[in-house]
Ligand binder design. Structure first.
Ligand SMILES: Cc1ncc(COP(=O)(O)O)c(C=O)c1O
Length: 394
């Protein structure tokens, strides 16, 4: 079947929720993708931050195959060891907690919204979220997202969310009312343009929440699983959240998400109050367990630190060279370059030159490579980026 025929099928049969570009991809390995003509593309944004081990990691491929032969799915009213082991691992590696599994980031966010309602015990229900945040597309997650453009077509949205300015503790305090039950935020806003929360801001919010019994929820769907050089980004802030949300890298490409709740409060949720048919299946949890193993065995957190520092240094050099680069923001292997021009055409030009990066917020280029990216791969990507930048009119 030709590429043209496949494109036609997309336009005829797929709901037009996405703008698709580029060639027809058929294979991936590590940071590389092959198109139908055998051309190689360097992917420095694999799976939108999902494929933390790169494409088709051999250990993940093997564990998927082995587990699929043994046991793929069981409902959550039965016992199976894979989920128990993963819950224990997440708790051991983060904070004493109990875990609920779902399949996507938005579902983890929904779970946290429901948990907050329970915690508020019908007396408090408001959740403070941040301007420019992104928490997903389901109704609760959308209502929590601090961006008009995503919400406007779907109003009226869910009530009970108050938006505060990111990195502004005074504004956060202003938004607290007697009904506030939780605050939910990304420590680094990803889709919002790689905006990094300051340490004092987060410490201030954490302290404030402790004093007033307000839940502190960190959405680590994008920052978790080693992305910023710690296994979980909150560990860089020397605080412990009440709830942490994980997805994307948790399954390194296999769909899984988790709501991780501090043990002291976890048991307020009772059987039947929340559920997910597919959540935490033997296959998904076995794969995720292996993701943690690979991150540890291959010392990927060290790689993130080393390669992240290198990437930061090189992006700063580009900033000195090209006056249209307004700002460079990097934490581990999560990088954003704010441009004084539209970043979408830059993304397209990179794609033409066989480099995959991402454009967000119309003026930010995002780079989030696999955690095992090599220096050679970064150099290659940066050379293409420099070449594209050199050809831009500004
Ligand atoms: C921080 C954050 N939370 C939640 C989501 C929603 O995840 P999903 O698309 O898997 O529902 C995303 C997706 O990009 C995200 O970046």
């Amino acid at each position: 079947m030709s590429f043209k025929e496949i494109k036609n099928k997309f336009s005829k049969y797929s709901l037009p929720t996405y703008t698709r570009v580029g060639p027809l991809f058929v294979k991936g390995k590590g940071s590389w993708l092959w198109d139908i003509d055998g051309k190689l593309y360097l992917d420095l944004f694999p799976g939108w931050g999902v494929s933390v081990l790169g494409h088709s990691h051999p250990k993940i491929a093997k564990v998927i195959g082995d587990q699929a032969k043994r046991l793929v799915h069981l409902p959550n009213n039965l016992f199976f060891k894979e989920q128990a082991l993963l819950s224990e691992k997440i708790s051991d590696l983060s904070f004493p907690s109990k875990v609920f599994f779902a399949n996507s980031g938005a579902e983890a966010v929904e779970s946290a919204i429901k948990f907050s309602r329970l915690f508020g015990a019908k007396k408090r229900h408001e959740i403070i979220t941040m301007k420019n945040s992104f928490h997903g597309r389901t109704f609760g997650a959308l209502s929590a997202t601090g961006q008009k453009k995503y919400k406007d077509p779907f109003r009226p949205i869910l009530p009970g969310f108050r938006e505060a300015s990111f990195n502004d503790f005074n504004d956060f305090v202003k938004k607290v009312t007697s009904k506030t039950v939780a605050v939910m935020l990304e420590l680094i806003q990803g889709e919002g343009g790689v905006n990094i929360a300051s340490k004092t801001y987060i410490k201030n919010i954490r302290d404030y929440c402790c004093k007033r019994s307000i839940l502190f929820i960190v959405d680590e769907v994008q920052t978790g699983m080693g992305r910023t050089g710690k296994l979980f980004c909150y560990q860089d802030y020397k605080i412990i959240p009440d709830i942490m949300l994980l997805s994307k890298g948790l399954g390194a490409g296999f769909p899984i998400s988790a709501m991780v709740v501090k043990r002291e409060i976890a048991d307020i949720i009772k059987p039947g109050m929340h559920a997910s048919t597919f959540g935490g299946s033997p296959l998904a949890t076995k794969v995720s367990y292996e993701v943690f193993n690979v991150i540890k065995r291959d010392k990927l957190l060290q790689n993130v630190k080393l390669k992240g520092d290198y990437l930061y240094k090189r992006l700063l050099e580009l900033k000195l060279k090209f006056s249209f680069i307004k700002d460079v923001r990097v934490s581990g292997l999560m990088a954003g370059m704010e441009l004084k021009l539209d970043s979408y055409p830059v993304f397209l030009k990179c794609l033409e030159q066989k480099l995959i990066v991402n454009s967000t917020q119309r003026n930010v280029l995002r780079i989030m490579p696999a955690l095992n990216v090599t220096r050679k791969e970064l150099d290659k990507g940066l050379a293409i980026l420099e070449n594209v930048f050199g050809g831009l009119k500004y």
